[in-house]
Design a binder for this molecule. Structure first.
Ligand code: IPE
Ligand code: IPE
Ligand code: MG
Ligand code: MG
Ligand code: MG
Length: 300
């Protein structure tokens, strides 16, 4: 079911979430499938909740170029599997050491550290199994999409690179350029890739891809700034994760380095620039522009 322009953003986001969750249910091994402990751990984290923002961005970016819904949802599910892997590992005692995620106890708190590490590995691996399944993506597009995603979550300007610098910067003086690197790499690169993959999955021409790349990179950075802000101003109940942790762990964050107000200003400015990049599409890009605003106005 496609969203109509009359749906509110809220209804629209819920509808995509439902489609993605239905497909994730099909893609993940059953809870009783052998060996059950790992499958239960994977399912625990994937179905704990989650806004499904990366699938939403992928789908909406693909819709802009009349992409095929079913393959975009499939692609979005692969993104969500990767994202959930990154959360499980991010929460481990050796990384951020968190007990609460998506309103539930973290994977390692329920299943133990060893199983949680393996559940993360398994979700990451399953994502690439899903991505490389024959017939999923438009003819010939699959290698490029897989290559882009793998790069976006790797060590060169990608998620793992950003996480390493994030860990190394904790408790140290960090300059604004390093902070921007951390955030653009650990979170922005994957969000940018989610947007690009949707467009690639819909065979968008290169000049369109370039506009969506600007949009994706800017909202990706803005998203992590909002995440930092919510750690200071948000509530545990709404977020479903602990708050005040960044301060405790002396993480390099936008509020810590730029202050609350300036961080809010930077995030709003990035969203304005992201939306401006989509102006050539007029009303067709209205949803993507609404989503960009939602990313920094959210309370969870
Ligand atoms: C949290 O991501 C981790 C970051 C990259 C900041 P989300 O805020 O998208 O988490 P879920 O998927 O909704 O739980
Ligand atoms: C997470 O950043 C980035 C990832 C790659 C998972 P954070 O460590 O700030 O995310 P939360 O606040 O724990 O969700
Ligand atoms: Mg972290
Ligand atoms: Mg964390
Ligand atoms: Mg955070």
């Amino acid at each position: 079911v496609s969203a109509t322009p009359h749906d509110t953003l809220y209804q629209y986001l819920n509808e995509i979430r439902r489609q993605v969750d239905e497909e994730l249910e099909r893609l993940l091994p059953g809870a009783q499938e052998y060996p059950p402990s790992i499958h239960q751990a994977m399912r625990h984290s994937v179905f704990a909740g989650g806004k499904r923002l990366r699938p939403i961005l992928c789908l909406e970016s693909g819709r802009l170029f009349q992409g095929e819904e079913k393959s975009l949802v499939h692609l979005g599910c692969a993104l969500e599997l990767i994202h959930t892997y990154s959360l499980i590992h991010d929460d481990l005692p050796a990384l951020d050491n968190d007990d609460l995620r998506r309103g539930k106890p973290t994977c390692h708190r329920v299943y133990g550290e060893a199983t949680a590490i393996l559940a993360g590995d398994a979700l990451l691996t399953l994502a690439f199994e899903v991505l490389s399944a024959p017939g999923l993506l438009p003819e010939g597009r699959s290698p490029r999409i897989i290559h882009e995603l793998a790069h976006a979550i790797g060590t060169r300007g990608g998620m793992v690179g950003g996480q390493v610098v994030d860990l190394e910067a904790a408790g140290r003086q960090t300059d604004a350029a390093t902070l921007q690197y951390i955030h653009s790499a650990k979170t922005g690169a994957f969000i940018r890739a989610a947007v690009r993959c949707g467009a690639l999955g819909a065979n968008a021409p290169e000049e369109d891809l370039a506009r969506l790349t600007v949009y994706g990179a800017k909202i990706g950075l803005a998203f992590q700034i909002a995440d930092d802000l919510l750690d200071v101003t948000g509530s545990k109940e709404e977020l479903g994760k602990s708050v005040g942790k960044d301060g405790q762990q002396q993480k390099a964050t936008y509020p810590a380095i730029h202050g609350l107000e300036e961080s809010q200003r930077i995030a709003s400015q990035l969203v304005r620039e992201a939306c401006a990049a989509l102006e050539p599409y007029g009303d067709r890009a209205k949803r993507l522009q609404e989503i960009a605003h939602f990313l920094i106005e959210r309370t969870n």
